[in-house]
Ligand binder design. Sequence first.
Ligand code: SER
Length: 312
Amino acid sequence: MSETILVLGACGQIGTELTQKLREIYGKDNVIASDIREGSKEFVDAGPFEIIDAKNRSQILEAIQKYNVTQVYLMAAMLSATAEKLPQKAWNLNMSSLLVVLELAREKHIKQVYWPSSIAVFGNTSPKIDTPQKTIMEPSTVYGISKVSGEHWCNYYYEKFGVDVRSLRYPGIISWKTRPGGGTTDYAVDIYFKAQEEGKYECFLNEKTRLPMMYMNDAIDATIQLMQTESNNIKTRTAYNLAAMSFTPAEIAQEIKKHIPDFSISYNPDFRQEIADSWPQVIDDNNARKDWSWKHQFDLELMTKEMLKNIS
Ligand code: SER
């Protein structure tokens, strides 16, 4: 399978590790990393890199033609907490970039598109436990509104124009290589760094806030697996529910204490509490498991070992 892949937003939390993994699989010269600003020297030197604003059609088209790109992974987005502060800007970035890429695919400049959705598509009226693939979706955040709208645009381009676009509803993604920015689930990354550096952490969500989460390795594997699945097996063209584990701040703190016995956590919920409270606690991802054999590897225990080992 010979593909040439353009990653938009390659310097972000997921983009960084996705780019590295894609380069291992497809060869470093077949994966073009891009972002609105230059990444670290190490990252820029590791393979082709272009400065691209994901909203800018002509910049994207130029890169597609320069490298004969066949697939685009659109990873540029503004996350939930920042989006509540900059609603217009978030909508503009999250929507314009998707519509530009979908149009380029409709015009047959590229063959396949990946675009991430999120558990944020669900809202207060969705079931919180075992949230089904199809259910009421009334998101209360700008980020969630942009993701639910984007899912429908993906499905529309697939149904109307046969555009091969695929998507996953990511839970909170936990990683140590690149820190996330502006998300509601970011506490579950910060807590590991603070545990190693200071032995204590003040959490911006209360102790009982259960949210779906996933270790980065699983998220990357799911993404690439979805993109490599034969098109006929993809039965959902909005976005698939995807799950690995769910935990509360108290539970992750307890797990960290097994490695750092003196670790302490305190709670000081802010505006992100309301966002978290509107999201599901446990997601049902049986469709992904059935349609393309999705299987996660990391639970809270294994992830905690990996995170603390790599951060120290
Ligand atoms: N992790 C994201 C956020 O917290 C949700 O997709 O915004």
